[in-house]
Write a protein that binds this ligand. Structure first.
Ligand code: C2G
Length: 449
């Protein structure tokens, strides 16, 4: 009996998939189809699959062509499967020519001609209209946003806005963005949504104006400096039926979600303490080190550090204490936020002029999780126990610089694929704004004293 194996995502199952399975089946007597898990797809950079793994398996099953269906959830599995199932032929579409030649050492590799003019990407784009996005602010992160958005289907960057004509124009030219505007209202008319990456103090106003015009908003942190403004922005978004997302990229990284899930799985017992630190010694002439009103360590890093605390201990803290070490110019070089809960505690340490170990430690009654720097991208983490010889290591894959996950989350929410926006909830964003407000008040009153 000749055994054939093939793999795929099979999202929005189409005639290209069907034809491939028919020809794969005809290559032998027994066909095994490996359907990728969501996690594996995310790990290999396919970030906006529409159908769930159950639905995708169902589509393959409905063809009646597969004698056996398995799931593919990690790299290296293909070799394992070939050995395990005694496979004679591995086959896949011609878009992969060359990639799987290494499997020739284990079985025969056949690339089947890909069906022209049909793909899941095309279907996703026709089913969901392409979201035309505009970039507000053309500074440091804008180019990263542009290059990362290329990995997300269903989004196109069509316009840029910057009140400073010269830098905005040269940015648009350099990156081939069709429309440039120095007038915000006009700029908004040409887009479905905006990515706000302008200076911190302008976020709230730009977001508000965009929401009022019924535009989706992905806004860099902090979205606003007070709880009230944040609540207002979210309720405006709800009223206008558009999506408002705060761009805290860690929240959308697949590894970070896995870390949160592992932490809550009971493996370390009850979670008692969450300690997160993120510091980067910024250039003394940079905005972070010189802008006494809107620069400093807290505004730069607190959102990342508070995220795991809120996710694991909730937003109903009992007490909060914020302490800073200030530079001569009044910016906070280092800020520590301590949150006390009924049954736990959290610490967030942020630095732009003080360096410390950038790690996330989650302490529980049975053990602890250690995610080393850069934990905010979460490429790896470990569970450690009393017995130092027992260590569980995790290495979630991570592509690019993480922005693609955030962009994809935003687009999925617009398309109604992610209904709840659980990766960063409104409640969490509001709790962050509450702490931000306290911090800003403290810094202001110190300045005035
Ligand atoms: N396919 C095809 N014609 C198309 C589209 C897809 O023949 N017009 C084939 C692909 O080449 C692949 C299969 O259908 O063999 C499934 O395609 P996808 O769902 O896009 O999965 P893919 O990302 O190609 O995964 O481990 C997974 C494998 O590497 C393949």
């Amino acid at each position: 009996m000749k055994k054939v194996i093939t793999y795929g995502t099979f999202d929005l199952f189409h005639k290209g998939h069907l034809s491939l399975l028919q020809r794969a089946k005809a290559l032998g007597d027994y066909l095994i189809v490996g359907v990728t898990t969501d996690h594996f797809d995310e790990a290999r950079g396919k970030v906006n699959v529409v159908n769930s793994v159950i639905e995708r398996i169902e589509s393959v099953k409905n063809t009646g062509l597969a004698d056996e269906i398995i799931v593919e959830d990690h790299e290296g599995q293909k070799i394992e499967d070939i050995k395990k199932y005694g496979i004679d032929i591995f086959t896949v579409g011609s878009d992969w020519v060359g990639t799987f030649d290494y499997l020739n050492a284990f079985c025969k590799v056949v690339y089947l001609e890909r069906t022209p003019d049909i793909s899941s990407t095309m279907l996703r784009e026709s089913r969901f209209q392409i979201v035309r996005m505009g970039i507000v602010g053309t500074g440091r992160i804008a180019p990263r946003f542009l290059s990362e958005s290329k990995y997300v289907s269903g989004v196109s960057i069509v316009a840029a806005y910057n009140p400073e004509k010269e830098s905005g124009q040269s940015f648009s030219k350099q990156y081939g963005i069709p429309i440039y505007d120095a007038e915000y209202e006009k700029f908004l008319d040409g887009v479905d949504g905006v990515y706000i990456a302008s200076p911190n103090e302008t976020h709230c106003e730009y977001a508000k104006m965009a929401l009022e015009k019924g535009k989706h908003v992905l806004c860099e942190k902090p979205i606003a400096f007070s709880r009230k403004e944040t609540v207002e922005l979210y309720s405006l978004a709800r009223e206008k039926q558009v999506v408002l997302y705060e761009a805290i990229k860690t929240a959308y990284c697949p590894g970070f979600q896995q870390l949160m899930n592992v932490a809550q799985s009971g493996k370390i017992g009850r979670i008692c303490d969450v300690e997160a630190c993120f510091s980067r010694l910024a250039d003394p002439d940079s905005r972070e080190r010189t802008d006494a009103n809107y620069g400093g360590a807290f505004l730069e890093f607190a959102a990342y550090n508070l995220l795991p605390i809120f996710k694991l201990l909730g937003t109903d803290y009992k007490e909060v204490r914020i302490d800073s070490i200030y530079g001569e110019n009044g910016i906070d070089l280092y800020t520590k936020v301590q949150l006390i809960y009924e049954n736990g505690m959290g610490t967030a340490k942020c630095g732009v002029g003080v360096k410390s170990e950038g790690q996330l430690v989650i302490a529980g009654t049975q053990g602890y999780i250690l995610a080393e720097s850069p934990w905010w991208l979460t490429r790896k983490f470990q569970i450690r126990y009393e017995d130092p010889n027992v260590v569980d290591s995790y290495e979630p894959r991570f592509q690019g610089d993480g922005l693609r996950y955030e962009i994809s989350g935003f687009i999925s929410k617009i398309n109604g694929v992610d209904h709840i926006g659980y990766k960063l909830t409104e409640k969490e964003a509001e709790a962050m704004a509450e702490i931000t407000e306290l911090f800003m008040e403290k810094r202001r009153s110190r300045k005035n004293a």
